[in-house]
Design a protein around this ligand. Structure first.
Ligand code: GDP
Length: 460
């Protein structure tokens, strides 16, 4: 049987959405609200729970958005929301043809404005050229905000929006030059204040749900208008995805959670995954999806499936995944020589590789994307790096750091990672200083303070 006969024609996949923003600005609440609204509108089962992502189909978006979204005007199937808010995996991969996220929501607390992680997220969006919408969140807390005002001329609404707008950095305006208001109705334009400046600011409350229909409408509209071509995939083609997380799973060993953005992956495929040292070649043992909640008590948490097509979040169990890295590419080997696929993954990894020096600090980060962001920031601060890796701080990192001749370089900077307990002990013994933080610029500031302290000591 020739497999070309069974090929699906090109079809449109679901755009993948990431939610970014400063801690406590409401990323998780907003995702919960979107999921909750979808369940209310469509009853349970309307949304498909993926590994690490939630799919909200077009008809549910349309019910939530009321007359703002007419399903007949759209041919994209819906939106796939990545559930790990602020996840760093997608940060650098998009510009290289891959896409963990096609579009993003930048959540900003209207009371708190732009904070360090907002700026960091903006930086990431700028570098990856990911289009995004600003969700100006917690409008329910703004005194005088009139949620029930029907009139299109609502001063409160406008002035609040100005307040949000005034917090937008100039750089924000440059980023998505391809957005405009033309496609939207006057009513929507009134609600979405900022389109004339190429950035959509949608006032929302993740608590009351106000503005969520508008947000979904705008996301859907922008995707349909500007991303349709990018969403055209050969569904039956070999799957391509990005690793979200590497996890130990009872009964399955090391597994990877991936977001598949192209093609199909099958339960007996050979795959190539980006690893710490070299691409990992392995055979899929099982493709796993979460079971419906009711079954968790009696059954295992996962259900095996034979195949999935993009866009999907799926867990892969396979041997040899110990060295797999979050943020790394995953490619299915099908209809092509294995060596070609390995070369492709190797090239993608080399592209993300951080330049290291003979001497410098050790850097650890949770994903490839955040590692690259760290390296950029350290480069700007003129701090050389001797070793840069994805993963928790381990004893062998201490060994490397302890060999530095300059005491200022006997340091490890860990972004969004843990320090393994034996590494902690070892660091004390070997006199290596550990810095960990969840905000890059704070991490670098802590390290710079440390350097200054050492320099002062040396002068005395
Ligand atoms: P994250 O860290 O960005 O994921 O933020 P969370 O979703 O955990 O929200 C942080 C806090 O803000 C929680 O106490 C939420 O209940 C609260 N919060 C989030 N969105 C809203 C909102 O729209 N209105 C109000 N009043 N509180 C909110």
């Amino acid at each position: 049987m020739s497999n070309t006969d069974t090929r699906d024609p090109t079809s449109l996949r679901t755009p993948i959405v990431a939610v970014l923003g400063h801690v406590d600005h409401g990323k998780t609440s907003l995702l919960d609200k979107i999921r909750g609204s979808a369940v209310i509108e469509g009853e349970a089962g309307a949304i498909t729970q993926h590994i690490g992502a939630t799919a909200v189909p077009l008809d549910i978006i349309s019910s939530i958005a009321g007359d703002l979204v007419d399903p007949d005007d759209f041919d994209l199937p819906g939106l796939l929301f990545i559930d790990t808010p602020g996840h760093h995996s997608f940060t650098t991969l998009r510009s290289r043809g891959g896409a963990l996220a096609d579009i993003a929501i930048l959540v900003v607390d209207v009371n708190d404005g732009f904070q360090p992680q907002t700026l960091e997220a903006l930086d990431i969006l700028k570098r990856s050229q990911t289009p995004f919408i600003v969700a100006a969140n917690k409008i329910d807390t703004v005194p005088g905000w009139n949620a029930n005002e029907d009139s299109p001329i609502n001063d409160t609404y406008e002035s609040q929006s100005d307040r949000v707008r005034s917090r937008l950095d100039e750089s924000l305006y440059e980023i998505i030059g391809n957005l405009s208001d033309e496609e939207f109705s006057a009513d929507l334009y009134w609600r979405v204040q900022n389109f004339q400046r190429n950035v959509g600011v949608v006032p929302v409350s993740a608590m009351t749900g106000e503005g969520v229909p508008d947000l979904l409408t705008v996301m859907m509209g922008l995707s349909q208008r500007y991303m349709k071509e990018e969403m055209e995939i050969d569904v039956a083609g070999p799957g391509v995805g990005t690793v979200l997380e590497v996890k130990e799973e009872k009964g399955f060993g090391k597994t990877i959670d991936i977001v598949l953005y192209d093609g199909t992956i099958k339960a007996d495929d050979t795959i190539v995954v980006g690893g710490q040292n070299d691409p990992i070649v392995t055979e899929v043992r099982a493709l796993l999806q979460p079971r419906p909640l009711a079954e968790i008590r009696t059954e295992s948490r996962f259900e095996k499936v034979d195949e999935v097509s993009a866009a999907s979040g799926i867990k892969i169990a396979a041997p040899e995944l110990g060295d797999a890295m979050a943020g790394a590419p995953v490619r299915v080997v099908r209809d092509r020589p294995l060596e070609d696929v390995i070369q492709e993954v190797r090239a993608e990894l080399a592209d993300i590789a951080v330049d290291t020096a003979e001497e410098g600090v050790v850097v650890k980060a949770d994903t490839l994307g955040s590692l690259e962001a760290m390296a950029d920031a350290l480069d700007e601060a003129e701090v050389p790096i001797v070793r840069a890796e994805v993963g928790d701080v381990a004893p062998r990192d201490i060994s490397v750091a302890s060999t530095a001749e300059d005491p200022k370089q006997q340091a490890i900077l860990g972004f969004n990672v843990d320090v393994l307990s034996d590494a902690k002990q070892r660091a004390e013994i070997e006199d290596v200083t550990l810095f960990t933080d969840e905000v890059i610029y704070q991490l670098i500031e802590e390290y710079e303070d440390h350097i200054e302290a050492i320099e002062r000591e040396q002068q005395d």
